[in-house]
Design a protein around this ligand. Structure first.
Ligand code: SLL
Length: 176
C-alpha cells in the first residue's frame, strides 16, 4: 500500500438538522410513550455540494464512496441511542421535545486506512423571534407561533482533510 506523500485532498461536507413542529394530528398518532413529543427532526451528513434539504441520493451527492458508516449518538432518553447508518442517505429522523448535543462519528471505507472522525452538532428545534418592541432581544416563540415560521435549519460546513492518502484511496476520491 503506497502513500502519496506530500499530497492533501479534502472533501466538503455539511452536517446538521432540520426540524418541524408536529401538527395536532401527528402528535395524536404517536405511540403513548412519545405523546410529549413536539417536533420531528432529521440529523444528517451531506455532500456540501448539494442543498441541505435535498433528498438526492446517488451520483455526486452520495458520500458512500468514502464513508463506510456514520454513527449518530442521540440523547440517552432515546431508545437505542447509538444509531448506525451504513449507506446514503446518512441521516436519522426522530421525534422529540428537547434540544441536545448529537455526536456524529464518520467512519471511512477500508481503502482509506483512516481513523474515524468525530463531529458534534447541537440539535436545534426552536427558531428565534423578536420579543416586543426591542428588535435586539429575541427568544424562542411559543409552539403555535413557531409552527407558522416553517422548518428550522441548523447546518455546519466542514472539510474532511486527508494527508498523504493511500494511492488506492486517492483513486477512489478522484474518480468521484
Ligand atoms: C433538555 N438537556 O432538557 C435536554 C435533554 C432530551 C430530548 C433533551 C425525546 C426522548 C424520548 C427527547 O426529545 N429527548 O421520549 O425518547 O432539553
Amino acid at each position: 500500500r503506497v502513500r502519496v506523500r506530500g499530497l492533501t485532498i479534502y472533501r466538503p461536507v455539511i452536517y446538521g438538522n432540520i426540524a418541524v413542529v408536529l401538527t395536532d394530528e401527528e402528535r395524536q398518532a404517536l405511540p403513548p410513550q412519545s405523546r410529549e413529543h413536539t417536533h420531528r427532526w432529521t440529523v444528517a451528513v451531506r455532500n456540501a455540494a448539494s442543498a441541505p434539504d435535498s433528498d438526492i441520493v446517488g451520483g455526486a451527492d452520495d458520500l458512500s464512496y468514502f464513508l463506510k458508516r456514520v454513527t449518530f449518538k442521540l440523547h440517552e432518553t432515546y431508545p437505542n441511542a447509538t444509531r448506525n447508518v451504513d449507506k446514503a442517505p446518512f441521516e436519522i429522523t426522530e421525534t422529540g421535545w428537547g434540544e441536545f448535543e448529537i455526536q456524529i462519528r464518520m467512519n471511512f471505507v477500508a481503502e482509506a486506512g483512516e481513523k474515524a472522525i468525530l463531529f458534534y452538532h447541537h440539535l436545534k428545534l426552536h427558531p428565534w423571534a423578536p420579543t416586543g418592541a426591542d428588535p435586539t432581544t429575541a427568544e424562542a416563540p411559543p409552539l403555535e407561533v413557531a409552527s407558522k415560521m416553517g422548518p428550522v435549519h441548523s447546518w455546519q460546513y466542514d472539510e474532511i482533510v486527508f494527508h498523504d492518502p493511500f494511492q488506492s484511496f486517492l483513486n477512489i476520491l478522484t474518480a468521484h
